[in-house]
Design a protein around this ligand. Structure first.
Ligand SMILES: [Zn+2]
Length: 434
């Protein structure tokens, strides 16, 4: 009996020891460390990462033996600026605009084609230092399997928070457009298309049932839809209220694609948590932002990208080209107005409109339009984490948070463009680029 007990206790002890040994530790020596954008920059720091989390930060370069971590891996970033992983609040990882691609491939390809093509977009995004993204509008049959594949570490990519299918009225920005009615009718049952308040409640519930972390709606028309419907309000006030109430009851935030002023105001009045693009802002709209505390996700890079395409792509449909010429110059003016009036701003690029992996180009546009470097970094870290509802684990490098860590040559607080060349990427304690 005694022997049996001894055997049992040695098994339990062995399991415990194995568990301790299974913990993977990494010790990062950081030449400069920005724990959070609002904190002072620190020199010569040691960060300890255990499994997926930051477990200690020490002054100076502390050795393995002093830390009592003999098996830890040392990561030498003594000549680097080390900071939190970046977060892009508006991407579409399942596609990338390509003027030369077959415009009808939606009719020839399967979901797997989109998923397989996305693998390189995800890799580029992560390599660019974006350790988390919010995907705002990708088919549920593609985006949620990709998200799970990344979580299983089958493929490399940023942590994904996804909207899945967009909530849009029939004929709206996210509905099928640009084809004969009998062709678009085949897609009538697309998840997320709704008409009337009750039908929109149903659509929100079904999109959440398909896996959505956040609800994306098209409150107004869009620039890249092949319709001449303009960029004004498309969902009615009662539809907007029904969508926001239903989503909030199910614990999901709502973000509204919105360009036209009245559409932005209607979405804010209905209680959305953020506005994407926000191209036509005026003082009253800005006041409404401040009253509701909603965030603006400016996507200046999308405007800059399509403005360039208008000049070089003769095949762009007139309905789209006209909207590009009309809308994109307004985006930067509206960004400046929002900045001046202290509207909450979170970083977002609409990547997919621009090439994946160039996400950091947005920083330069923000700073060129008057935002400080520290504020721009905050928009892609602490503020983005807040808008994701993930401040408890993302957005800064304090002890207990996820080890999402990047490094660059030089200080982005002095030259924001160093963020275009990220040298080191760690996500959840795993090194992806070194
Ligand atoms: Zn978008």
């Amino acid at each position: 009996m005694k022997t049996a007990l001894t055997t049992l206790s040695s098994i339990v002890l062995a399991m415990f020891v194995n568990n301790v040994n299974a913990a993977q530790s990494k010790i990062i020596y950081a030449g400069s460390l920005l724990v959070a954008p609002e904190q002072a920059l620190k020199k010569e720091q040691t960060l300890v990462v255990t499994n997926d989390k930051i477990t200690a930060i020490k002054e100076g370069y502390v050795s393995k033996s002093v830390l009592n971590l003999p098996d830890a891996e040392i990561v030498n970033l003594k000549n680097q600026f080390v900071m939190p992983g970046l977060i892009d609040m508006h991407v579409h990882v399942t596609f990338e605009r390509d003027a030369k691609a077959n415009p009808h491939r939606w009719a020839t390809e399967y979901e797997a084609d989109y998923a397989l093509r996305s693998i390189k977009y995800l890799q580029r995004t992560l390599d660019a230092g974006f350790t988390s993204v919010r995907d705002l509008g990708s088919d549920y049959q593609v985006i949620f399997p990709l998200k799970r594949a990344i979580e299983r570490q089958d493929i490399a990519g940023p942590r994904i928070f996804a909207a899945g299918n967009t909530i849009s009225p029939s004929g709206g920005h996210a509905d099928m457009h640009g084809y004969r009615k009998d062709i678009t009718d085949v897609f009538k049952t697309t998840l997320g298309i709704c008409n009337g308040a009750d039908d929109c409640r149903r659509a929100v519930r079904e999109v959440i049932k398909s896996g959505a972390d956040v609800i994306k709606i098209t409150a107004t028309g869009g620039v890249l839809s092949n319709t001449a419907a303009g960029v004004n309000q498309q969902l009615t006030d009662d539809e907007l209220s029904a969508i926001v109430d239903t989503a909030h009851h199910l614990g999901r935030m709502v973000t509204a694609h919105a360009h036209g002023t009245e559409g932005i105001k209607a979405a804010l009045r209905a209680g959305v948590d953020s506005i994407e693009h926000g191209s036509y802002l005026d003082k009253k709209t800005v006041d409404l932002f401040n009253k509701t505390q909603a965030y603006l996700v400016p996507t200046l890079l999308a405007g800059a990208t399509v403005s360039e395409e208008v000049l070089t792509n003769p095949n762009m449909p007139a309905a789209i080209a006209n909207k590009v010429r009309e809308v994109t110059p307004k985006m930067q003016a509206s960004f400046k107005l929002a900045l001046k009036n202290k509207v909450n701003i979170a970083f977002g690029t609409d990547s997919g409109v621009s090439r994946h992996g160039l996400n950091a180009n947005e920083f330069g546009l923000m700073v060129d339009n008057g935002m400080s470097e520290a504020h721009a970094i905050k928009s892609a870290t602490v503020y983005a984490a807040k808008l994701l509802g993930q401040s408890h684990q993302l957005g800064d490098l304090s002890v207990g948070k996820q080890a999402d860590i990047i490094s660059v040559n030089g200080s982005p607080l002095e030259d924001i463009n160093v963020l275009k060349n990220v040298q080191f990427v760690m996500k959840a304690g795993q090194i992806y680029k070194q």
